[in-house]
Design a protein around this ligand. Structure first.
Ligand code: MG
Ligand code: MG
Length: 253
């Protein structure tokens, strides 16, 4: 069941999202060759807790970190470890915060140093598709208008899209209804209405659609080992249209 949020609740979610955007801005600055993912995770946890928040991913179904840290062929749910980042790595950082009972969720992909043009194009296209999906998140449209906008933009480039995972309602919990596929499949297609707060999150592969889960039972990787990228914002649907709640310093839509 979709939980509609009132103005007071949206304001609370907005505060949680603002904190998350500032934490991701700070974390992004730590993504350099030689940086140790586990230390970036610790820094993120401190930033969240110092601001009075709680890392929403830490302990969620047993997840061991505050930050999902997915490198290169890892799509999502990577565990920040001890292997230092290297020039050319592609890092997807996904984080969620609970602040005063309100939840936020956002992800970004960052290149470590110089990366090949085809990776730059993948990153640009996938990020564009996030904003096309957000643009479709307005009253009068339906849920699958978001899915279609994301799918079409990436599929036109020949990229793979990850089927089993997608966006979701968010705000009073980390994951709420509805599921927002990055495919246009079967299933419910509700009309979008003011008061909905959703996380929109394309996961886009340079190669095919298929993914597998590693033996750590968390890390989702592309089956063909191709590079994958991930962009996510928490968005409130208002009578005037979408409001991006997790826009950070480098916001340029
Ligand atoms: Mg997320
Ligand atoms: Mg999410």
């Amino acid at each position: 069941m979709i939980k509609f949020k009132n103005e007071r609740q949206i304001e609370g979610i907005r505060r949680s999202c603002r904190l998350l955007a500032s934490v991701l801005d700070a974390a992004e600055a730590l993504i350099v060759a030689g940086a140790v993912p586990r230390e970036i995770d610790a820094a993120v946890q401190s930033m969240i807790e110092d601001a009075g928040g709680r890392p929403a991913f830490l302990g969620y179904h047993g997840f061991p970190a505050s930050l999902c840290f997915s490198v290169n062929a890892a799509v999502i749910h990577g565990i920040p470890g001890d292997t230092p980042l290297a020039e050319g790595d592609i890092v997807s950082m996904d984080c969620g915060i609970e602040l005063e009972g309100f939840f936020s969720d956002s992800a970004r992909t960052i290149a470590v140093g110089r990366v090949p043009e085809e990776i730059r194009t993948l990153m640009k296209t996938a990020e564009e598709s996030l904003y096309l999906g957000i643009e479709a998140a307005r009253p009068g449209n339906r849920l699958k208008d978001i899915s279609r906008a994301i799918y079409d933009h990436n599929h036109a480039r020949g990229y793979g899209l990850v089927r089993p995972y997608g966006g979701h309602g968010v705000g009073l919990a980390l994951h709420e209804d509805p599921h927002i596929s990055n495919f246009i499949g079967r299933g419910p297609n509700p009309r979008l209405k003011p008061g909905m707060v959703i996380a929109i999150e394309p996961m886009v592969n340079l190669g095919g659609d298929d993914i597998i889960v590693l033996d750590d039972d968390w890390t989702v990787v592309t089956a063909d080992s191709s590079v994958s990228v991930h962009y996510e914002h928490t968005v409130a649907i208002t009578p005037e249209g979408p409001e991006i709640l997790t826009a950070g310093r480098n916001f340029h839509a």
